[in-house]
Design a protein around this ligand. Structure first.
Ligand code: HEC
Length: 324
């Protein structure tokens, strides 16, 4: 086997073994004087010099130049830590290229040797190389330029308000509710016992748990198809909807909303969303058409009970419900 081919093979195989095998072992989380990325790099450089010396390969200067240049690139892109921004990388690589060139042109003999393949390519002694450099490369560059200049038509980003500000009042089953200050009539305990209810009568939470259980029944009859039986938005139908059904376990949904907001959203569903939530295609049905007012309150109670979240309350702050 030709020495040049042997050398290239040893470089490639060696690099792969170093990079994919040793590199991970040599950069533990804790910095140490032996096992660190710079020692690893030095080892790799020693390997490169070592096999050439041991096997007496005497590589041509063009291959040496290429390897030196690639070693610099490898150092700046993979070894140096923390990574440098690419503008700085280009500056470093320019300096490194100049350095490599100085190394190649250090004396007339090596420089002539380095020039030889280039000159042979230009004058046509290396036919295939000449085709590649003068036909394939320009075509490739031209194609790349064309691709980068070609206008692209990307979809505009959808800026959709997931939690719009609720209206001041909402009308459910013919009755008008002022959302500000509206509370769940069934919440009497679990730290959120509302003032105007009967917090201390229900000492062992029986009344509360009865409402929660009824809410659960309503949930599993109506809502789990979309919101999932673990309330995580992964119901069996959820995958076909965009926006996807809300995940109540996520801290970004009911945990930061008021029960009055939920009352409005559950009653009116997707069709009841205001303009800033467009383009809406929310599959959430307007539940006032199917559930009684107290059933809506109970299912809300259940959603909080199941997930362990507490609704936002009015005395913490008095801005309107959502506004995300
Ligand atoms: C057909 C599927 C479907 C069913 C059934 C369904 N929902 Fe929804 N629901 C959705 C989708 C989709 C959204 C998200 C809408 C959005 O992002 O605007 C949603 C949103 C919600 C929200 C708003 C959460 C938030 O963060 O604003 C609540 C509350 C809610 N659903 C409760 C219920 C309740 C209670 C039931 C059962 C009575 C139910 N859903 C049944 C699809 C469904």
């Amino acid at each position: 086997m030709n020495n040049v081919v042997k050398g290239i093979l040893l470089y490639v195989v060696g690099w792969a073994a170093f990079h994919y095998g040793l590199f991970d072992l040599m950069k533990p989380k804790e910095f140490s004087w032996i096992a660190n990325r710079y020692v690893y790099f030095l080892l790799f450089v020693f390997y490169c010099i070592g096999f050439n010396l041991v096997l007496k390969l005497k590589p041509p200067i063009s291959l040496n130049g290429l390897v030196v240049w690639l070693l610099g690139l490898y150092f700046y892109t993979n070894i140096l830590y923390p990574p440098v921004p690419w503008t700085l990388l280009i500056t470093y690589m320019m300096l490194w290229t100049i350095g490599t060139f100085l190394y190649i042109s250090q004396d007339p003999v090596t420089f002539a040797e380095f020039r030889k393949p280039i000159v042979k390519t230009v004058i046509g002694e290396y036919k295939i190389a000449r085709y590649i450099v003068f036909i394939a490369l320009p075509l490739l560059v031209g194609f790349g330029t064309y691709k980068s200049l070609e206008p692209k038509f990307e979809e505009p980003v959808e800026l959709r308000t997931v939690h719009p500000a609720p209206p001041a009042t909402t009308k459910v089953h013919g009755k008008s509710y002022k959302l500000e200050g509206l509370q769940n009539p069934f919440r009497t305990d679990e730290q959120d016992n509302y003032k105007d209810s009967f917090p201390f009568l229900d000492a062992d939470k029986q009344e509360y748990m009865k409402s929660v259980t009824e809410g659960g029944t309503i949930f599993f009859q109506n809502c789990h198809y979309c919101h999932g039986d673990q309330l995580n938005g992964q119901g069996m139908f959820s995958h076909v909807f965009n926006p996807t059904p809300a995940n109540f376990v996520d801290p970004g949904t009911i945990a930061m909303l008021r029960e009055s907001f939920l009352f409005w959203r559950v009653s009116k569903g997707g069709p009841g969303l205001p303009n800033e939530s467009t383009p809406w295609s929310s599959a959430m049905p307007p539940w006032e058409e199917h559930l009684k007012t107290e059933e809506i309150w109970k299912v809300i109670l259940f959603e909080y009970w199941y997930t362990g979240w507490h609704p936002r309350t009015f005395d913490e702050e008095s801005s309107s419900g959502g506004g995300e």
